[in-house]
Design a protein around this ligand. Sequence first.
Ligand SMILES: CC(C)(COP(=O)(O)OP(=O)(O)OC[C@H]1O[C@@H](n2cnc3c(N)ncnc32)[C@H](O)[C@@H]1OP(=O)(O)O)[C@@H](O)C(=O)NCCC(=O)NCCS
Length: 161
Amino acid sequence: MPQRFAGFCDPLCLRFSWPLVEPFAERHVQRRFDEEEEARLCGEELNLAVADTVDSGLILGGASIYDVDLGQARAAIGYWLAPHARGRGVATRTLRLLARWAFDHIHLARLELTCAPDNVASQRVATRCGFVREGVLRSHVRFKGGRRDSVMFSLLPGELQ
Ligand SMILES: CC(C)(COP(=O)(O)OP(=O)(O)OC[C@H]1O[C@@H](n2cnc3c(N)ncnc32)[C@H](O)[C@@H]1OP(=O)(O)O)[C@@H](O)C(=O)NCCC(=O)NCCS
C-alpha cells in the first residue's frame, strides 16, 4: 500500500487519473484495494501491480482490465506508472502483455482504452501498441467536480503491435 500511494501521488497521475476534487489520501488506496478485490471476485475487473521482477518488491505502477462485459467479449484497459518508472517503455510492455493475455485467455473481441484529450504520453503508448483512435466521447466522465471529454481508442485481436 505505501508504494501504491507514493507512486500514484505525483502530479501526472493526479492530473489524469484522480477523478475527485478531494485530495488523494492513503485511505483512498485502502478503499480501492477492497473495491478491486470485490470486482475481481465478480469477474468485473482485474487490477495488477507492475513490477520489475516478482521478487524485487519494487512496484513500478499498476494496470487493469475493467468494465469487463463477457457477454459482448469487451473490456477496458488502463495503466499508470510511478515517476521513477517512466520513459523506458514499461507502460508499452505492460499494455502489450495485458492485452495479449486478455485476447488469449478471456477471449475478448475488443479492448477499449480511454484517456483525457491532453494526455499525450498515454496516447503515444496506446498507438505504439496498435490501438486505433476512434474519436472523442464528449462529456464522458465525471472529473474533478465537472465533466471531461475522453478520447476513445480500441484494439481488436490481430492488431496488437
Ligand atoms: C501514461 C504513462 C503510463 C506513460 O508512461 P511511459 O511509458 O513512461 O511513457 P513515456 O514517458 O515514455 O512517454 C511515452 C511517449 O509520450 C511522450 N511524452 C511523454 N510526456 C509527454 C508530454 N508531456 N507531451 C508530449 N509527449 C509526451 C514521450 O516522449 C514518448 O514518446 P515516444 O513514443 O516518441 O517515445 C505515464 O505517463 C503515467 O503514468 N501517467 C499518469 C497516469 C496516466 O496518465 N495513465 C493513463 C491514463 S489513460
